[in-house]
Design a protein around this ligand. Structure first.
Ligand SMILES: Cc1ncc(COP(=O)(O)O)c(C=O)c1O
Length: 384
């Protein structure tokens, strides 16, 4: 008998088949292109989710959206951009696409996101070293947890450096009642197959006004000046979302709230099961939670820390034998070979997270009995 596999977060379509309806509509009307009614309607659905104020452009991925955001802020060759080190490579790689240098900033202990103290230290240092301000700051709401937005925004305003909010994981998370994706001067979302909702692959750029959205779309569609012969004054990119993908996105918007509730439910269950046990080892496991009532994470992935240092790679491979997909927490970018020459402002915390933590299956396919099974397996694996 083959073992059921429990994944971190798999795509999950609406029970009504809404995704297929919109895709079929695209086929029926022959809108098989990287523009069309589904793209427009998906953007409108997203704008409504964010209460209409921000203007949103659908893009082929979050990585591409971060690239466009950097271009919108004028980041270019020789510039420096402050980046959260504790994240997936896609948060900082686009900086290098622009010919700029990422300067990595470590995390703080409450949210695991960018440390405001280190951010300010980094800004002061770079100004002293280079005589120039960093051009932008990329802050991530990692695993769905909002960053310390009050402090980050105050620093961004004090030094007049714009913020890109990488909210790839944080659709449906809130800080002080305001949705993640609305804190940066520009923000980005991901609709990859493993995110809160999916378009198979896709992303979005969240702008403060219509003019910025128009410019984002211009850059994402090869920067074509308005002539029939396609005049080009700027280098553009082919980054727009396809009308088929956007059809999936429209269907997924009908289940977004269900997905958010499910991720939160799974997180609550993990917390209860790790806490309510008499095993002596239970004190060794910490389940990350909202630091206080200001934070309302969607808990895209539930993350845990072991008090003792262990080989998280081997531990996850062990869980894999029991059909459980788990993954070590991100290896900080300042420790990645590819970024060995980038300056970094560190306090050791993201390295600690990498050495002590893993993320657990949390998506819409993860049932209560799966969570119970996973918790039992983790406990017995530690004891063995
Ligand atoms: C924090 C973060 N930023 C950016 C991305 C990139 O998203 P995409 O795959 O849509 O390019 C991811 C993907 O996992 C991510 O986790």
């Amino acid at each position: 008998m083959s073992l059921k596999r429990i994944h971190l977060c798999l795509a999950h379509m609406s029970p009504t088949g809404a995704e297929q309806h919109y895709i079929q509509e695209a086929f029926n009307t022959n809108w098989i292109a990287p523009l069309g009614p589904n793209v427009d309607a998906f953007e409108e659905d997203l704008e409504n989710f964010f209460n209409s104020t921000p203007k949103i452009a659908a893009i082929s991925s979050c990585t591409a959206a971060i690239h466009i955001a950097l271009l919108l802020l004028g980041v270019g060759k020789g510039d420096e951009v402050l980046c959260q080190s504790f994240s997936f490579c896609a948060s900082s790689n686009p900086v290098t696409y622009c010919g700029a240098t990422p300067i990595f900033v470590d995390s703080e202990e409450d949210t695991w996101n960018m440390s405001p103290e280190l951010l300010e230290e980094a800004i002061k240092d770079r100004i002293a070293q280079t005589g120039r301000k960093p051009k932008a700051i990329i802050v991530v709401d990692l695993y769905g947890m909002p960053a310390k937005w009050d402090e980050i925004t105050a620093i961004s305003q004090k030094y007049d450096i714009p913020v890109i909010e990488d909210a790839a994981n944080a659709l449906g998370s809130y800080y002080k009642g305001k949705p993640c994706g609305t804190f940066g001067d520009i923000a980005t979302l991901s609709f990859n197959g493993n995110k809160m909702i999916t378009t198979s692959g896709g992303g979005a750029i969240i702008c403060k006004d219509e003019a910025t959205k128009k410019r984002a779309i211009f850059l994402a569609t090869q920067a074509k000046e308005p002539f029939l012969h396609y005049e080009h004054e700027t280098i553009g990119f082919n980054y727009r979302m396809s009308n088929i993908s956007a059809g999936i996105g429209r269907g997924q918007m009908t289940v977004l709230e269900d997905h958010i509730n499910h991720h939160k439910h799974v997180h609550k269950l993990y917390r209860e099961l790790f806490l309510n046990t008499n095993l002596t080892n239970n004190t060794n496991i910490f389940v990350q939670d909202n630091p206080n009532a200001d934070f309302d994470s969607n808990f895209w992935l539930t993350t845990i820390l072991f008090k003792q240092e262990l080989d998280t790679e081997t531990f996850c491979l062990e869980l894999d034998k029991s059909g459980i997909e788990a993954r070590p927490l991100w290896k900080p970018m300042h420790l990645q070979p590819v970024y060995k020459d980038s300056p970094a402002f560190t306090n050791g915390f993201s390295e600690y997270l990498f050495k002590h933590g893993i993320c657990l299956p949390s998506g819409p396919w993860v049932m209560d009995e799966d969570v119970k099974y996973i918790v039992e397996k983790i406990k017995s694996t530690i004891i063995d």
